[in-house]
Design a protein around this ligand. Structure first.
Ligand SMILES: N[C@@H](CCC(=O)N[C@@H](CS)C(=O)NCC(=O)O)C(=O)O
Length: 245
């Protein structure tokens, strides 16, 4: 089964990490995988373009990655199971759970209440991820002549507001909980990479103790450890961009 799967991924990319956590949780460790370097522009390779039509769109436009527009065209993860290509990280997570329901850990809870919470947190997680990116990749997303301190300040405030929401969610669920209750679910597979990136970029554990606790617990989970970004392992020192948020 896993031998029919191929994942092209980039180290430290939260969307790729979501898929890798789901694959681990479903006991699909034997998949073919290729780590591509964003720096070496390997995500623009023919191998990616063959599976991912968004990559083809980028190449047809003949843009280079020095162009902001091109860099906003997501190309990884690129995933294939047999002849089925799925290139959106959330879609891959749902696909894996649906195809391998009885294998590995169950990632969608049965109880309507837990399921509702899981879907809610998963999709709110996309807003959370966008707000994080708008701060840590501000210079990457916004061309030099269009940057304003006031805009970055607004983005930082929006992230702080978002962070307080997630602190509140975890506080309400109680110690040791996952994002949708007592069991690890797709909400955790999809949102944990955002949380880990926050701490990698210097988020204060003192200021956000519930997120810090959640991070400390989930980072020890075998699926998460097995898929930890290799360049983070090589260089455990992150950045301090978010230390004052
Ligand atoms: N919606 C996509 C987003 C994927 C995404 O943003 N991928 C980034 C890497 S984190 C990418 O491929 N960027 C292309 C580039 O940097 O040129 C998903 O969740 O799968």
């Amino acid at each position: 089964m896993a031998e029919d799967m191929t994942l092209l991924w980039g180290s430290g990319s939260p969307p790729c990490w979501r898929v890798m956590i789901a694959l681990e949780e479903k006991n699909l460790q034997g998949y073919n995988q290729k780590l591509l370097s964003f720096e070496k522009m390997e995500h623009k390779s023919q191998e990616v373009l063959d599976i991912n039509p968004r990559g083809q769109l980028a190449s047809r436009q003949n843009l280079s990655c020095s162009s902001v527009a091109d860099c906003l065209i997501p190309q990884l993860p690129t995933f294939k199971h047999g002849d089925n290509a799925v290139n959106e990280s959330y879609a891959v997570c749902f696909y894996l759970e649906s195809q391998f329901q009885s294998q590995g850990n169950k990632l969608i809870p049965d109880s309507p209440a837990a399921q509702a919470l899981m879907y809610q947190r998963m999709f709110e997680g996309l807003t959370f991820y966008d707000k994080l990116n708008a701060v840590i990749y501000y210079e990457w997303f916004v061309p030099e002549g269009e940057r304003h301190d006031s805009a970055l300040k607004r983005n930082r405030e929006a992230l702080a507001t978002e962070l307080k929401l997630w602190e509140g969610y975890l506080e309400k669920l109680g110690a040791g909980s996952y994002l949708a209750g007592t069991a690890f679910s797709l909400a955790d597979a999809t949102v944990f990479p955002t949380v880990a990136t926050l701490f990698r970029f210097g988020l204060s554990a003192e200021r956000y103790p519930k997120l810090a606790e959640y991070h400390a617990v989930v980072k020890e989970r075998p699926s998460v450890k097995a898929s930890w970004p290799p360049h983070w392992l090589e260089n455990p020192q992150g950045q301090d961009t978010l230390k004052d948020i």
